[in-house]
Design a protein around this ligand. Structure first.
Ligand SMILES: [Zn+2]
Length: 264
């Protein structure tokens, strides 16, 4: 069985005004011919579809928190899945009877989104089922060789119920960690230890502070990919990458939209 994973950054930008060449945050994992979404920022389904990704293979969506730069493209993604079932027989057959989990920290946002979708054509009746699932600390998905753990972070404060999460994604061979938005990389320090790929947001952090922390704390990880870019990277991605690589070497990268990484 193919145990490789492909991670694609569909959108690499934090919650800025419309940014040439970059869109709000959305990341996918492809594993065993199934597609998993980690955040769904603006036009993520458009980008995925026109670049040849197989949307009907969507298994689940995981939302780190419900800010617009992480969920703006979610209703459109779900709408596009239904649209594909109405215009291609293959998509209709493949999605028929399937259940797609929508893991989301705030179910009120899910309900609002569904109200919007039910106002669209056909009352948004689908031949597949969307199943909303609240995000809690611990394992929230474990099937088809993909286990997803959630850990709350302090991006939206400390009160319960927690509304902002980081994710650790484990396959048979690899561990991938996506920060979501965090108050500090220390929020999820034990979570990212030993991962093969660490995707860390820079919308609220400087790359030199993140790299310095990882180096000084002796954190074990394979590669570091910066995502959810803040102003410093948007203004000078090459300069910021040079700062990061001066600390951690060439295992650090700055994500571009439509960039894919294969973990073989
Ligand atoms: Zn954000």
């Amino acid at each position: 069985m193919d145990s490789s994973s492909v991670v694609t950054v569909l959108g690499s930008c934090s919650g800025t005004e419309p940014m040439p060449g970059r869109h709000h945050t959305a990341i996918t994992l492809r594993h065993r011919d199934r597609l998993y979404w980690f955040d769904a920022g603006e036009c993520c389904s458009y980008t995925a579809h026109v670049n040849g990704m197989d949307l009907p293979s969507t298994e689940a969506v995981f939302v780190s928190h419900t800010h617009m730069d992480h969920v703006g493209g979610l209703p459109n993604l779900l709408w596009t899945l239904r649209k594909l079932t109405t215009c291609t027989a293959a998509a209709r057959e493949r999605l028929a009877g399937r259940t797609i989990g929508i893991h989301i920290p705030d179910l009120a946002v899910y309900e609002g989104m569904m109200a919007m979708l039910r106002g669209t054509e056909g009352g948004f009746k689908t031949n597949f089922t969307l199943e909303p699932r609240p995000v809690r600390d611990g394992v929230i998905h474990d099937a088809h060789g993909v286990r997803v753990r959630a850990l709350h972070n302090l991006h939206l404060g400390e009160g319960e119920p927690h509304r902002s999460f980081s994710f650790r994604i484990e396959t048979e061979r690899h561990a991938i960690v996506y920060s979501g938005d965090v108050k500090s990389i220390a929020d999820f320090a034990e979570f990212h230890d030993g991962c093969d790929l660490l995707m860390m947001e820079t919308g609220h952090h400087r790359v030199e502070q993140v790299c310095g922390y990882l180096k000084d704390s002796g954190a074990r990880f394979g590669r570091l990919l910066f995502v959810h870019h803040g102003r410093a990277i948007l203004d000078d991605s090459g300069g910021e990458l040079a700062k990061a690589q001066a600390i951690l070497g060439d295992r650090v990268g700055v994500a571009e939209d439509n960039q894919s990484l294969t973990l073989a």
